[in-house]
Every structure is written in C-alpha cells, then in structure tokens.
Design a protein around this ligand. Structure first.
Ligand SMILES: Cc1cc2nc3c(=O)[nH]c(=O)nc-3n(C[C@H](O)[C@H](O)[C@H](O)COP(=O)(O)O)c2cc1C
Length: 207
C-alpha cells in the first residue's frame, strides 16, 4: 500500500494544472534546514522509496532518467565521514584534529542522506547540460516532496561532491557526478528566513 499518494496508472489522464492556494503558500514559505539542525527521525526505507518515486516525476528530455540515488543511513554515514576525513588528510597533510573531526561528522546529523547522482549519456543527442539540469530538478523535487511529507531537509554539496576519490569510493562511474547530497530528517526548531532576491530587475521582455 502506498504511504503517500499512489502513482497514477500509465494510461491515466492527468490535469495539466490544478490550482491550489496551499501549494502556493507552501512554495512561498518553504525553507531549508541547516544540516546541524537536522535530527532523528528521518524517512523509513519504504517512505524514502516512495519519496524518490514522487521526486523522479520531473521533466526529463527524451526520458533518459539520467540520474540515480546512493542513500546513506545508520553506520554508513559514519563510514562516509571516515572517508571524508581520510581524503581531507591526504589533501591537507597539516589538517588539524579539529578539521578532521569536522569532516568525520559531516554526515552525522541528518538520519538520511540521498546522493542524487547525475548519470548522463554522453553520446546521446539530448545535451548533457539538459540531462544535468534534470538531476538538479530532481534534487529540488526530492526536497519539496520530503517537506510536504513532513521532513526537513537541505540540498548540499561541499568539496566531497567534486572529489574524484570520494566519487570512486561511493561507486560512481567516471562520467557520473554528485548533483547534490539531500539531507533529510526532523527539525526541532523554526528556521529564520534568509534574505531573498528580488526578481523584478531580473525580468526582461524580449521584443
Ligand atoms: C547545488 C547546491 C549546492 C549547495 N551546497 C551547499 C553547501 O555545500 N553548503 C551550504 O551551506 N549550502 C549549500 N547550498 C545552499 C542550501 O541548499 C540552501 O539553499 C540554503 O541553505 C538556503 O536555504 P533555502 O533553500 O531556504 O533558500 C547549496 C545549494 C545548491 C543549489
């Protein structure tokens, strides 16, 4: 049984628009949660599987599904932290014990961390840029779906998202990249709004 709204059948006729003040208010007030403020509990394995199913309903040119997920929970988060500390030490031999401890703790707050992996088909006629944009859309859709299910979250990268050794350690192929680490859990406090860009000066109408 679906924990969250079930998937429509593949032949379902779906509304292309559905007005909802609630969704507009949700989007207009959404806020990420700083990673250190994320706590247990997080989504269960079944809940996460459904969140990922919902999150993957994103635009995807030519239906390549050019992404996949690597999930970190439980002790795997500590092992990831050990990998970060080891690599950090390789890159900075003078790293302090405090720095190494900070690297070790990177995945220790949120109970669930989803690495969204951009996994493009390089030779495909759909440009890699478009495939990567789809991975970015997936990160954000996962954050929104998780928020709507009551989980707090944050889309983060950090140096480890760009390091080849870490990528290899997480099982990425050479053409794959981390689009984001989406940290999910519970927030026990309200998060202060941050300054938002005004967009009026960013809008132009081409004539
Ligand atoms: C691709 C990407 C990577 C990010 N990486 C980091 C990061 O490593 N550290 C960080 O503090 N914020 C990072 N952010 C910003 C946070 O996700 C978040 O947007 C920010 O805290 C603002 O919160 P908001 O979602 O409420 O606007 C990243 C955002 C994006 C889109």
């Amino acid at each position: 049984m679906a924990l969250y709204p079930a998937a429509p059948s593949s032949s379902a006729m779906l509304a292309a628009a559905r007005s909802s003040d609630e969704v507009l208010a949700f989007l207009g007030n959404r806020r990420s949660c700083p990673a250190p403020a994320l706590h247990e509990p997080g989504p269960s394995k079944d809940e996460l599987a459904e969140l990922l199913r919902i999150a993957a309903r994103i635009p995807d040119h030519r239906r390549l599904a050019p992404w996949r997920f690597v999930v970190f929970t439980g002790a795997a988060r500590e092992r990831a932290g050990q990998l970060f500390a080891k690599r950090h030490h390789e890159l900075h031999s003078d790293a302090s014990a405090d720095n190494l401890a900070r690297e070790r703790r990177r995945f220790s707050c949120a109970p669930v961390i989803v690495a969204v992996i951009s996994s493009p088909e390089l030779a495909h006629k759909t440009p890699v840029w478009e495939q990567e944009l789809s991975a970015g859309a997936l990160c954000y859709n996962l954050l929104l779906a998780a928020n709507a299910a009551g989980w707090a979250g944050n889309w983060l990268s950090g140096w480890m998202a760009f390091d080849e050794r870490i990528a290899a350690g997480f099982g990425l192929d050479k053409d794959e990249r981390v689009a984001g680490f989406v940290h999910l859990g519970t927030a026990n406090e309200l998060i202060k709004e941050r300054p938002r860009p005004t967009v009026d000066h960013l809008i132009s109408y081409w004539r």
